[in-house]
Design a protein around this ligand. Structure first.
Ligand SMILES: Nc1ncnc2c1ncn2[C@@H]1O[C@H](COP(=O)(O)OP(=O)(O)OP(=O)(O)O)[C@@H](O)[C@H]1O
Ligand SMILES: [Mg+2]
Length: 776
């Protein structure tokens, strides 16, 4: 099954730990205790002390207590507080395309959910996080929040836990044994990290004392220990200790009193910085303009020049990774690099001091504009999915660039270019609201008439139409047309005709749709803009289909499918298949229609296009209504459940098919059977709903790659069964009645066609083997 699906079913995976986790036994227990007393717990402490790492560890430990999952929201890279609720929604996989406020959407989605949200690194958005956490807790009685922050959020009912540094060895013992030193978490962390850079490294009687002193020097701050340990690549433990001693004596001017922890860490980062070459320092500072990581290509484009040649980048990046300044992250076949927050801020300060910050922000903006421009060009083609994934990975950087454009005088136009070029991305990623929000604010920031403005207005109007905000869309299109009349940018008219036509289609004005979409197709053909052609043709065909113009509809649909196939394109093709399938079904060719819908779903899965998938499931319900009314009712329920979050009406005239399907199915089944089947559909969960729609019979001969037929709760329980737990133990661990647990196990056996718990255990093992990590 696609990764996105298992994420939906099981909650977002917590990131895998890249290196060993050390100690914290007492703190872990304490956090769990606090979480049992309050639904809002905040871990506070200085930078680098290990708040985030501890939060993730606890989240992973308690995940089974939250059937709706444990979700990590990383806030360090988020600069605009307006996007907070949106960011949380995204991290939780909530898609919503309506005009409701993001916080309403979020509370609506979470109201009946039993889950844990980890808000990591809240300090720079303290007030906003406080309001958000308080709102969520109030709205959702079974939701818990675990936050990390340098300061408490200050919300009533919040319990805070100061995260102490790692325990360092005591002073009482002159020559501590290695066994007693290993009791210290700080020493263990040091030894682990030393071992990573120097595989033969061991704690011995000879070096034990120095290691203990180093850990004390560093106050047991994990980040400081990690930064220091990497220097063992080049020097000995004693040399490291001597250097740290010199350094700190200088800083405290020989005073025997300890420095505050902030200063210890700062001193350590200064020290690391000092160990870097001139060029590495330059790169460290420059990399701090990125938000949410960077790949090599971006680093080359933005950070080279003025002292760094592009072909030196690989060596410099490796140097920084080696010094633990940059963390390497593997994403499938690509590699990204990330600065830990404290280290990024340090780099930002250096960049600011050097007077280079503005220049770097401009280069970052240029890189971003170039990237999204290339993505737009390549969208309608074989690289579509790769580009989609790439933009997703760069979402943090895109936001940083847009934020810069919005807050820097004279930068509106590049901002409009970036937000406009992302037109397909905003739609495909379900970020209607975010796209509109950037476009609205940029358009309001500067009213200078320009082609960039006219184009931005069309894109903004298109997003508004998708949210059924037709009045706003019409106003923006008016302004756009006035601009075009003044500036003579005729090329924009194809796009605007499309938006006017699409809007008419959704509002059931089929003649208007026909006229304007026809115009859009012609203008796009004149401009030789294939993307514009396929996009408009698809809905022109739909308008014909709805009007009963079968021949024109089929001709156009066929042209669309052929165009997309020739370009190995998936997005437009999946939407074409969806409406083409409906046309086929109207003609009575149900078998082919079903195949089309299923292929459309398959094409949509990698985009996690839940809106599109819901539309196809809905169509499959209509197709089943004739012969399999029960199945139709289940599918209607599944589509409704998937549809629920999007708000807005179904799709102009298509909603008539929905009404007819529901009425006839209800009549044939009778109210009670209909309701039962419908409810079964709503309870399937996304992955099982797709499996059902695809006609996979989960009971027999399951093949690799098929989706699980179990609901989230059942999956949870199957895992506990696989761990050998009795029904009683399962009930206790999930805080449910034993009878309920028994009922669930019964269901699981039935659904999987098994007779024993051992079979369930074997099945869980197989699933994990097929899809490792899906349990978290
Ligand atoms: N218990 C631990 N075991 C192993 N490594 C740890 C532990 N605690 C922290 N670290 C490591 O120390 C570094 C800093 O930790 P972390 O990022 O959790 O600190 P933080 O308090 O969240 O800092 P910031 O305030 O900058 O966000 C990370 O590289 C982390 O992996
Ligand atoms: Mg942190």
């Amino acid at each position: 099954m696609a990764m996105a699906e298992s994420n939906i079913a099981n909650g977002r995976r917590l990131p895998a730990e890249l290196n060993s986790f050390v100690g914290r036994r007492h703190e872990t227990a304490e956090v769990k205790r606090l979480m049992s007393e309050s639904r809002l717990v905040t871990l506070v402490g200085v930078g680098g002390v290990g708040k985030s790492r501890l939060a993730l560890r606890v989240a992973c430990d308690v995940r089974r207590a939250f059937p709706d999952g444990v979700w990590l929201v990383e806030l360090a890279a988020l600069e605009s507080p307006e996007l907070l609720a949106q960011t949380v929604s995204e991290a939780l996989g909530v898609q919503d395309r309506s005009v409701r406020s993001p916080i309403d959407v979020l509370t609506g989605h979470l109201r009946d959910k039993h889950l844990l949200v980890v808000l990591d690194n809240c300090e720079h958005l303290l007030d906003d996080c406080a309001v958000l956490a308080a709102t969520l807790i109030r709205a959702a009685p079974r939701l818990s929040v675990l936050a990390t922050s340098r300061q408490a959020l200050g919300v009533t009912g919040e319990l805070t836990m100061p995260v102490p540094p790692l325990v360092v060895p005591g002073l009482d013992n002159d020559r501590p044994s290695t066994a007693s030193l290993r009791q210290s978490d700080a020493v263990r962390l040091f030894v682990d990290r030393a071992h990573a850079v120097l595989p033969g490294f061991e704690l011995t009687d000879a070096n034990g004392d120095s290691v203990a002193r180093i850990c004390r020097r560093l106050d047991g701050i994990p980040l400081a220990i990690e930064l220091a340990a990497v220097s063992l690549r080049a020097i000995s433990v004693d040399q490291l200790l001597a250097r740290l001693d010199d350094r700190f004596r200088l800083l405290t001017k020989g005073a025997r009193t300890a420095m505050p922890r902030q200063r210890t860490l700062r001193a350590l980062i200064d020290w690391s910085y000092g160990l870097c070459t001139e060029q590495e320092r330059l790169l460290w500072a420059r990399l701090s303009v990125f938000s949410g990581g960077v790949d090599l290509e971006a680093a080359e484009q933005v950070c080279s020049g003025d002292g760094i040649e592009p072909d030196e980048m690989v060596d410099l990046v490796s140097g920084l990774v080696g010094k633990s300044v940059l963390a390497r992250e593997d994403h499938g076949s690509s590699v990204r690099y990330r600065l830990l927050e404290t280290i990024r801020q340090y780099g930002r300060d250096r960049l600011r001091e050097s007077g280079g910050e503005q220049e770097l922000k401009l280069r970052h903006r240029d890189w971003c504009r170039d990237l999204v421009g290339r993505a737009e060009q390549a969208w309608y083609g074989p690289g579509q999915l790769t580009w989609f994934a790439r933009l997703r990975a760069e979402h943090g950087n895109i936001r940083a660039a847009l934020d810069h454009c919005l807050t820097t005088p004279g930068e509106t136009e590049p901002g409009l270019d970036i937000a406009t070029a992302l037109r397909f991305y905003w739609i495909a990623s379900g970020s209607f609201r975010e796209g509109r929000s950037w476009l609205d604010r940029l358009l309001a920031a500067d009213h200078e008439p320009s082609a960039a403005r006219a184009r931005a207005l069309v894109v903004d109007a298109r997003l508004a139409v998708l949210q059924s905000d037709f009045a706003m869309a019409a106003a923006m299109l008016d302004e756009c047309h006035n601009l075009v009349a003044r500036l003579g940018e005729e090329s924009i008219l194809a796009m605007s005709a499309y938006v006017v036509g699409f809007s008419a289609l959704l509002q059931r004005d089929l003649d208007g749709a026909l006229r304007m979409l026809g115009e859009a197709v012609e203008r796009s053909r004149d401009e030789d803009d294939q993307t514009g052609v396929v996009n408009a043709l698809l809905y022109l065909a739909t308008a014909h289909s709805l009007l009963g113009h079968t021949e024109q509809a089929v001709t156009h649909f066929k042209e669309c499918v052929e165009m997309c196939e020739a370009r190995q394109e998936h997005w437009f093709r999946s939407y074409t298949l969806w409406v083409f399938g409906i046309e086929k079904w109207r003609q009575g060719d149900t078998a082919e229609a079903v195949e089309m819908e299923r292929l459309a779903i398959r094409l949509k899965q990698p985009f996690d296009d839940r809106l599109g998938i819901a539309l196809c499931i809905e169509a499959l319900a209509w197709m089943a209504a004739g012969d399999e009314p029960e199945r139709a009712a289940v599918l209607l329920g599944a589509a409704r459940e998937n549809w629920r979050s999007f708000g807005g009406p179904l799709f102009g005239n298509l909603s008539d098919y929905h009404d007819a399907c529901e009425a006839s199915t209800r009549e044939r089944l009778g109210g009670r059977r209909f309701d039962t089947a419908f409810r079964k559909g709503t309870e399937l969960g996304s992955a099982a709903a797709v499996a059902y729609a695809m006609g996979e019979d989960p009971g027999r001969g399951r093949q690799a790659g098929e989706t699980s037929p179990l609901t989230r709760r059942e999956t949870e329980i199957a895992r506990l069964v696989a761990q050998g737990m009795s029904n009683k133990a399962i009930a206790a661990s999930l805080v449910i009645a034993q009878r309920t647990a028994e009922g669930h196990v019964e269901h699981i056996l039935n659904k999987l066609g098994f007779t024993s718990r051992a079979q369930i255990a074997a099945w869980v093992g197989e699933q994990d083997h097929r899809d490792p990590g899906s349990s978290s």
